[in-house]
Ligand binder design. Sequence first.
Ligand code: ASP
Length: 406
Amino acid sequence: MEKKKMSLAFQIFIALVLAIIVGLILGTKGAGFANSYIKPFGTIFLNLIKFIVCPIVLVSIINGIISMKDIKTVGSIGLKTIVYYLCTTAIAITIGLLVASLAKGLFPVLATTNLSYSASASTSFMDTLVNIFPSNFLTPITSANMLQIIVMAILLGFSIILVGEKMNNRVIEAFEVMNSICMKCMELILKLSPIGVFCLLCPVIAANGAMILGSLAMVLLVAYFCYILHAVVVYSSTVSVMGGISPLKFFKGMMPAIMFAFSSASSVGTLPINMKCVEELGGDKQVSSFVLPLGATINMDGTAIYQGVCAIFIAACYGINLTFPQMLTIVLTATLASIGTAGVPGAGMVMLAMVLSSVGLPVDGIALVAGIDRIFDMGRTTVNITGDAACALIVSNLERKRKSKK
Ligand code: ASP
């Protein structure tokens, strides 16, 4: 008889429980031991995440832009879709940052994090602006400068489209293959999550005791509050004003897709059922067959919220106050990062590494939230696909109106 394998989410959950138990047993006396002999294995896991994040950002943003190559052919549908996606993602990350900043008092400053942090020198807004643009092809990658990598990817992506179909055929195919390879590599690294979670969390619990658990519950609560706020305010209002559908009807019709997304934590996996829901809600098939797959690849409002909330939480744990320019950088990076986030479980956590490093926050802080990533992921995926569906219905309605005017 074939043995049934434990799901990764369940393995991570067990690792989390074990880390808590062992951490509490070791206590402050054993913190030194945990730091010297357990944490290094967690560091290996984090190193691997840092290793894969640059290629993923570069390749998947180029791929995302290439997949928009039909924008011209789909004309006004394409433009409306992109504008809606980018605006709602920017609103999502702003909500995440604002609410988490208000709730910051509830987050702890850890007594000892066992995680080192050296503040990066603060730079003026103009310097930050200039620094976004790379002056060298390789430095952005070797120094893992995320904003510069994003600029590179955008420039290269559009250039590939602009050289025309005759010349770019093979390159497009090559990027699709490279994208699959990067995704596979990420999947392999994420398989190590249970070990990573145990080895990273155990020393933190040993040093800080159980108090950290309460704050994890707090940060989850804040994230879910933002998810719901974003869905209720942004999707309800845009769907009823521009889509001509009552919010109640929208959420009721979306229930099957919402439940599937919540349990699978994968936008891509939810795509077929999302298409069906949108069609039943009156979406145009031609529109949704363009808008929904594109959304599953590049539109991640829930992920953006999660990144905002976690950035503030991790900063608070290190006793760091984020400045306004830093927050703006997060809005910019997370909005663009959502183009590069794959619609598969756990991808948002890998991208969090990039958002943190864009403002000089310690990537090690991921250790604090990695153990409960799946719970964040279920909520963020639900928001992600609901946003795609709202966009499909709105664009369908606007297109109908435009055609009837002609
Ligand atoms: N799991 C999410 C999705 O599929 C991506 C993420 O990890 O944020 O939409």
